[in-house]
Design a protein around this ligand. Structure first.
Ligand code: AMP
Length: 213
């Protein structure tokens, strides 16, 4: 099963991708995580990507298509994978189709995480992440046991630079302008299923299970 998780930042794509990845064994391919790892490693690619990410803009299509193109060749992707945050533009979606075609495969289903913008600002600005193991918390909705410390690995939690309120608005604007047109793209292909992403993580997981049947 090749899944595309589509939705605005903060809609819960990453949370659900992690859960589904554990239950099904399909790897979660998050271009955001890959880019942050490149920044952390101090690579040239990371350095270039950081300037776009810090201001809430998209990294050029060629960069992310290159990352995904390499990643899906990995044997762990052979029985399926979950794309979380990719594609984000029509050219990326077209490039993905081409990459998969070369492998005799295609996107099985696209899940649209529907949620109002007004709910996203609070979700994103309160989000705290563990740079070491990727765990996610929210200062109010799901706080760590000890403030600022990851429950799983004990490392310090950080606020992503692009989760600051000044950048959130720009990311939402970019979503509506550049990513939302993918709804029509996948609807046209007949593989889009929408879920109500404002519900609790458990309720969203249940909807997701139904959408995957
Ligand atoms: P995310 O972790 O998915 O919220 O992504 C964080 C940031 O990484 C985005 O705001 C973009 O700057 C960049 N990014 C992640 N995925 C993509 C993509 N598919 N295309 C372009 N930029 C991306």
């Amino acid at each position: 099963m090749i899944l595309v998780f589509l939705g605005p930042p903060g809609s819960g794509k990453g949370t659900q991708a992690k859960r589904l990845s554990v239950s099904k064994g399909w790897p979660q391919l998050s271009t955001g995580d890959m880019l942050r790892a490149a920044i952390q490693a101090g690579t040239q690619l990371g350095l270039e990507a950081k300037s776009f990410m810090d201001k809430g803009a998209l990294v050029p299509d060629t960069v992310v298509v290159g990352l995904i193109g390499e990643r899906i060749l990995n044997p762990d992707c052979s029985s399926g994978f979950i794309l979380d945050g990719f594609p984000r533009t029509i050219p990326q979606a077209e490039a993905l189709d081409e990459l998969l075609k070369k492998q005799g495969r295609s996107v099985s289903r696209t899940i649209l995480f529907e949620i109002a913008d007004r709910l996203l600002v609070g979700r994103l600005s309160g989000r705290r992440t563990c740079p070491k193991d990727g765990s996610m918390f929210h200062v109010e909705a799901s706080p760590p046991k000890q403030a600022g410390i990851c429950d799983s690995c004990g490392g310090p939690l950080v606020q992503r630079p692009d989760d600051q309120e000044s950048v959130i608005e720009k990311r939402l604007q970019v979503y509506h302008q550049q990513t939302a047109p993918l709804v029509g793209y996948y609807q046209g292909a007949g593989i889009l299923r929408a879920i109500v992403a404002s519900e609790s993580p458990e309720a969203v997981a249940n909807q997701l299970a139904v959408a995957l049947k």
